[in-house]
Every structure is written in C-alpha cells, then in structure tokens.
Design a protein around this ligand. Structure first.
Ligand SMILES: C[S@@+](CC[C@H](N)C(=O)[O-])C[C@H]1O[C@@H](n2cnc3c(N)ncnc32)[C@H](O)[C@@H]1O
Length: 276
C-alpha cells in the first residue's frame, strides 16, 4: 500500500484549528443533509457504523443521535485534532455510543468484517488511490454491509463555494481561479465506477440536492471567511474585514428568503453492498 500523502495530511492539520472554531459545539444547526444521508444509507439503531473522514463529526454525530443509544458510531479521520472536536461534541451532547480512531482511509485501523454500514461525507476526493480506499471499506464491512459515499457535485451547482469565492476575488480585484479540486468527482459515473472497481455489488449513484437554512447570515459569512479564506482575512484591518463581510453578504442577497439565507447545495451519493 502507498504511504499516506504528506501534503494532504499537512493541509488538514493546518485546517483543523479553523474547522474547530467554526464547528458546532453540539448538534449540527441545519441537519437536513445529514438526515438525508442517514435515510439513504438506511441506518438503524443497534448497528455498528463507521464514519470515515468524519472531520468535526459529520455525519457521525447526527447518526449517533438517531440511534437512540443502541449500537455504535466510530469516527475515523486522518487528523487527530479534527477528531478532538468531534469528541467534544459527543461529550457536550452526552452520547455514549461514539468511538474515535485516527487513521488513513486507505489503511483503516479496524479488523475485517466489523461494521454494518460505512459513511463518508466529502472525504473520497482526497486519497490518490480511491479504488484502494473503497476496497478497504469493503474489507471492514460485515458480509451484506453497505457503504454510502458523498462527494461534491460541480462548482457551478454549489453556491456555498462559488458565491463567496467570486465575491472575495472581486473584493481584492483578482480573478476567480479554476474550480477547486473538491469538485473533481462531480462527473456522473465516477463514484459508481470506483465502487464497481472495488468490488461492491448493487451499486447506485445519484444527485442529492438540499438547501441549508441559515438563520444568522452575518455569522455564517464571518465564520465562512475565517474558515475558507484564513490567509486572506488574517492580516486585514477591522474596517477592511467588515467591508469584505459586507461584500460577501451582498453577494448572497439573491438567496435570501426574508431574514433567512437558503443556501442550495448539490452533492453526489454513491451506494454499494458487500456480498452477503
Ligand atoms: C472536507 S472534510 C469533510 C469532513 C466531514 N465529513 C464533513 O462533511 O464535514 C475532509 C476530511 O477528510 C479527512 N481526510 C483527508 N484525507 C484523508 C484520508 N486519507 N484518510 C482519512 N481522512 C482523510 C480530513 O482530515 C478532513 O477532516
């Protein structure tokens, strides 16, 4: 097996601090998307679930809350500091069934045939060898178990990225760059091809659209800038930062419904089963 990619590890280590600051302390504010994943994956109380590339605990915390204290949800991520944030959320919410293990998804630190279901929200874009990563999931699934992968659809279909990035580029008089690599799996069929290549059965792939309801758009913009444009905002004088926040808020105007910001998102879901 190949060595984990060091620049990917370094990237997430650096980001873990800003992710910790913008993560919820407990429940996810608008849980619509996590609930869609739970329903699509058919997760039931009593199951052993593994959430890989869990970051600060999405969808793991929502899955654990849906399980009524029965079964287990194991959170796995390359970056231990991400897991600490997820663990803090589990403690604040007094969830006893959550477990935590740092690890690379291409060499999972679990025995064969351990889990009923594996979820992975916005993680499969990162390992170089995605088919190997999917084979690792197949290995740790019990016979008859299933995986639910979620990856981003196109940049154009995802205002959470395109709206602030264009507004930030305009503000600094720069050009918006090419679509970020997080959208590299957006073409229909890529995800299913990986699942088929790894040996999953009854594979499916489809689009998942949802709207994220934001009750405090100002806070959303401010946290988003600190999280996704950390280097750009770090050195800004307070009045320039306020002007930037105002510019990004203005760019969100077409998506306001009264006082609520409704942020459309588009992802792709891939499902596959291990032979029984
Ligand atoms: C975009 S975040 C997604 C986090 C969370 N699932 C969510 O949807 O908010 C990607 C996460 O994948 C993790 N990651 C990146 N490469 C990984 C790998 N090879 N193995 C395990 N986790 C990885 C990062 O540390 C990061 O927490």
């Amino acid at each position: 097996m190949s060595e984990p990619n060091e620049s990917n590890r370094e990237h997430w280590r650096e980001r873990s601090q800003t992710w910790a600051k913008s993560a919820p302390q407990g429940k996810t504010q608008d849980d619509t998307f996590n609930q869609m994943i739970i329903a699509e994956a058919g997760i039931r109380p009593g199951e052993a679930v593994l959430d890989i590339a869990t970051g600060t605990g999405n969808p793991a915390v929502s899955i654990a809350l849906s399980m009524d204290g029965q079964g287990s949800v194991t959170c796995c991520d390359l970056e231990p500091a991400m897991l600490e944030t997820a663990r803090g959320r589990a403690v604040n919410l007094s969830i006893p069934i959550m477990r935590f293990a740092a690890g690379d998804m291409t060499r999972l630190p679990f025995a064969d045939n351990t889990f009923d279901c594996v979820t992975c929200r916005f993680g499969l874009m990162f390992p170089e060898d995605k088919v190997s990563a999917a084979r690792e999931v197949l290995r740790v699934l019990k016979p008859g178990g299933r995986v639910a992968y979620v990856v981003w659809d196109t940049y154009e279909n995802n205002p959470p990225f395109i709206v602030p990035r264009r507004a930030v580029a305009d503000f600094f008089g720069e050009k918006d760059g090419p679509p970020p690599s997080r959208h590299s799996m957006s073409a229909p069929g890529i995800l299913r091809g990986i699942l088929d290549g790894a040996g999953f059965l009854r594979t499916e792939e489809r689009e998942l659209r949802y709207k994220n309801r934001v009750e405090d758009p100002k806070e959303y913009v401010s946290k988003g800038l600190k999280r996704s444009f950390t280097k750009k905002v770090e050195g800004l004088a307070p009045d320039r930062l306020a002007a930037l926040e105002e510019a990004v808020l203005k760019a969100w105007q077409p998506y306001m419904e009264g006082a609520i910001l409704q942020v459309p998102n588009c992802a792709r879901l891939g499902l596959g089963w291990k032979a029984a």
